[in-house]
Design a protein around this ligand. Structure first.
Ligand SMILES: [Fe+2]
Ligand SMILES: [Fe+2]
Length: 303
């Protein structure tokens, strides 16, 4: 089955979704630090028998902070990429122009949304939760890859947010309602982005020969490796934040256990859940059956 998406449909759906950052977070809407922020299927913090319930919850919340930071960071390369893709075709199709500009405006809003949540987190939790970066260096590295590679990574990210909400957040009644609201509202707009990215990938691939498509797919896999190295580093930073926040000193074996489990949890959250999404695989299959097969073979490492 090949999914049929249209710029007009995406625009019309996007125009019906009208939330503002101020509707989600503000003086009367604050994070509840008595609750976890991420569902356990993404956080995987519940299995450490050498941590107390409060320490496990703190690690969950630190992972929530990293989620805000990593999404803020990826949106910073998605925004210029969408604008760069839209500009050469301006005026060719009014619905296409408006759908891409709406897409870019929503990503700019999401950057602010994640930033505001991070500020609220740090105001109550305190400083000390370091994150990979800086965002400009990561954006520069990512955008140095072929456009098809970047478009595939963005498509992977958009479908990933769909899976996060539908398969783990939606049915979770434990997590902080404000954090859940952020994930819900992000999910609502990312749905259109996933469709627009699919159209973008098709457009880019239609202008490439087989070697160009191969280079795009290879670039996507290389970006996955780049992201994975960052996620290992993030697991180490999150452990340091936990030790500082809780006044903990773990043994070397306990530290290695936390880093290993949390690296794999990060892999599932940011790589496996996108790479294995059926709609993402469908698009890879349109580029060529071997690309889909390669992603299907690689995905279990990140699950
Ligand atoms: Fe977004
Ligand atoms: Fe998006």
């Amino acid at each position: 089955m090949t999914y049929q998406y249209s710029f007009k449909d995406c625009l019309q759906r996007a125009e019906r979704i009208t939330w503002r950052v101020e509707d989600l977070i503000g003086p009367d809407k604050t994070l509840d630090f008595e609750r976890p922020f991420l569902p356990e299927s993404l956080a995987r913090t519940g299995g450490f028998d050498f941590l107390s319930p409060v320490q496990k919850r703190a690690l969950n919340q630190i992972r929530g902070h990293a989620y805000l930071s990593i999404f803020g960071l990826v949106e910073e390369f998605i925004l210029p990429f969408v604008l760069d893709h839209a500009r050469p075709t301006l005026n060719a199709d009014g619905y296409q122009d408006r759908a891409y500009l709406e897409f870019a405006a929503e990503e700019a809003k999401h950057i602010q949304l994640f930033h505001r949540f991070r500020e609220a987190f740090e105001a109550d939790f305190g400083p000390g939760c370091a994150v990979i970066g800086p965002p400009e260096a990561i954006a520069g590295h990512v955008l140095g890859h072929p456009p098809l590679a970047v478009a595939l990574l963005i498509l992977h990210i958009e479908w990933m947010t769909q899976k996060h909400f539908q398969e783990s957040v939606e049915a979770d009644h434990e997590i902080d309602p404000l954090f859940k609201s952020l994930l819900l509202h992000h999910w609502m707009e990312e749905h259109q982005h996933a469709h627009l990215d699919t159209l973008m990938v098709r457009d880019l691939a239609a202008r490439l020969d087989p070697a160009g498509i191969q280079a795009g797919f290879d670039g996507y896999l290389a970006l996955g490796g780049f992201l994975d190295a960052g996620l290992k580093q993030q697991a180490e930073l999150d452990l340091a934040a936990l030790e500082q926040a809780c006044g903990l000193t773990l043994s070397d074996a306990q530290r290695q256990t936390v880093i290993s489990v949390q690296h794999q949890a990060n892999r599932w959250t940011y790589i496996g859940s996108g790479m294995s999404h059926p709609n993402f695989l469908e698009t890879l299959g349109e580029l060529g059956a071997p690309f889909r097969a390669a992603a299907e073979a690689a995905a279990p490492t990140f699950c």
